[in-house]
Design a protein around this ligand. Structure first.
Ligand code: GLU
Length: 483
């Protein structure tokens, strides 16, 4: 069997968006599933769209995602270079071969001429595609003009009748009437190939067995197949992947503020959770299993599980995955990842991070939500005394005042200031006084946090705040309730 070789072929136009990451992931999985090679190729022939730094960002993002390529621009490989701008001289000979065989032709039309003819066609209500004007130039004359230094491009000569078709692994047999296809440019006037040409040449020269890319190329693929045929080459297997949508009508797009892979990492989503979630955007394992490591995905992935319809990116679902992954992280890893987020809220305090991390791990959905959840530990927020009302605890601002006056001397006498000691002193005293736990602990937690919901209860928060701060907050709460 032919070796499976897949490629991810991004254009360096910015951060890796999530649709791109998903394409990269599926491409990687297909290669690895068949013990094949996963190749990175940078498609930078449209240099006007290139964003500085984007290539390095692609290397970095793929590494962060764990999608390690076997061949690529920065690591080399047997079919390099893997950046199209460094392969400049590769394409023209093939284009000339096509000119020779009549499957392509040089075109000398200027932009102005093309614009004028396009405008005329449009004003007559006709659609515009290149009118094969230069196909009629006698071969000898064309050759002479090319050699004289006149500016020209090379266009594909699409047959005027018949069908162009190809076979897609997901969409099946796809065909288009040739007379609807444009004689697209293969080599531009600057000598660089267009994507439409370079992808064919490179996929062939790099021995790519499976071409995976977005469905936006589905309609061009029949043209690519004509090129393979004209060059006498075996076409690869094609797999076009449906787009990732933000909702029923809008595509996910960085330009419209949707997060990139990098953004999600910066926000505190775990790469494992993102990969797991992305894998299931448009692919189903066929059972109800939801959690997959990258290695498990390699085992489980199969093309038959792909869905033809566009996938909708559901941020809440991603967040759910993330919280599940955070919950299952080894505690030491959580502590390490959470500490910089703790710092953002607690810098300058001596809060015990290990203890805090134990409280927070099961409550962290995304790391960037940590600071606002714990800011109260550094600074007591403003709050309304109506927070002391709690039906089930039978707490009201009036009972709260009594409860806090009851709790204050107990707190003042606790030593050493340790969680167990704080817990036992409060619970035992409450019991001795014949009170209900909630009646005292609810107001105490409000007095210490000013919040209805907190990581941990009154005892944990008191421990974290330390004895002095706990006493100070209880006294302030008593004053507030008296006024
Ligand atoms: N360079 C193309 C893009 O970024 C990729 C198309 C392909 O994978 O063939 O959209």
């Amino acid at each position: 069997m032919q070796e499976v070789r897949t490629r991810f072929a991004p254009s360096p136009t910015g951060y890796l968006h999530l649709g791109g990451l998903r394409t990269a992931l599926y491409t990687y999985l297909i290669a690895k599933k068949h013990d094949g090679k996963f190749i990175l190729r940078i498609e930078d022939t449209d240099q006007e769209r290139e964003v500085p730094g984007a290539i390095e960002q692609i290397y970095k993002s793929l590494h962060q995602a764990g999608l390690i390529y076997d061949e690529g621009p920065d690591i080399g490989g047997p079919y390099g270079p893997y950046i199209q701008s460094e392969r400049k001289d590769t394409y023209l000979p093939y284009a000339l071969q096509l000119v020779e065989s009549g499957d392509a032709y040089p075109c000398f039309c200027t932009i102005e001429e093309l614009d004028a003819r396009r405008e005329k066609a449009t004003s007559e209500g006709k659609g515009w595609k290149y009118d094969k004007h230069c196909l009629n130039i006698p071969k000898e004359e064309a050759k002479r003009r090319m050699e004289s230094g006149e500016s020209y491009c090379i266009r594909q000569n699409i047959p005027t009748e018949g069908m162009a078709s190809f076979e897609d692994l997901l969409f099946g047999y796809v065909e288009a009437p040739c007379d609807t296809l444009d004689d697209g440019v293969l080599i531009k006037a600057d000598g660089l190939p267009t994507y439409n040409f370079a992808n064919v040449i490179d996929d062939h020269l790099m021995h790519i067995s499976h071409v995976t890319r977005g469905t936006e190329y589905l309609s061009s693929a029949p043209k690519y197949n004509l090129l393979y045929k004209a060059l006498g080459w075996e076409p690869p297997k094609y797999l076009h992947l449906p787009v990732v949508m933000k909702d029923a009508t809008r595509k996910l797009s960085k330009r419209h503020g949707d997060p990139s892979f990098e953004d999600l990492l910066d926000m505190g989503y775990l790469k494992e959770a993102i990969i797991n979630f992305i894998a299931l955007l448009g692919w189903s394992p066929g059972d109800d299993r939801e959690f997959f490591t990258l290695d498990e995905l390699i085992q489980a992935f199969h093309i038959e599980g792909l869905n033809k319809s566009p996938a909708i990116f559901n941020m809440d679902k991603l967040t759910w995955f993330n919280s599940e992954y955070i919950r299952k992280m080894p505690f030491e890893d959580y502590l390490e990842m959470a500490s910089p987020w703790f710092d953002k809220a607690l810098h300058g305090t001596d809060i015990d991070y290990t203890y805090l991390a134990k409280l927070m791990q099961g409550r962290t959905e995304v790391f960037n939500r940590i600071p606002e959840m714990i800011a109260f530990l550094k600074e007591m927020p403003e709050y309304d005394i109506s927070l002391y009302n709690h039906k089930r605890m039978k707490s009201t601002p009036e009972t709260a005042l009594n409860a806090l006056e009851f709790a204050l001397p107990i707190v003042e006498n606790i030593s050493p200031w340790e969680e167990q000691e704080i817990h036992d002193s409060l619970i035992n005293s409450i019991k001795e006084a014949g009170l209900k736990n909630g009646l005292v602990l609810w107001p105490l937690r409000i007095a210490l946090s000013g919040l209805e919901s907190t990581p941990g209860g009154a005892v944990e928060i008191a421990y974290l705040l330390g004895k002095d701060e706990t006493i100070r907050r209880v006294k302030n709460a008593i004053e507030k309730l008296k006024n």
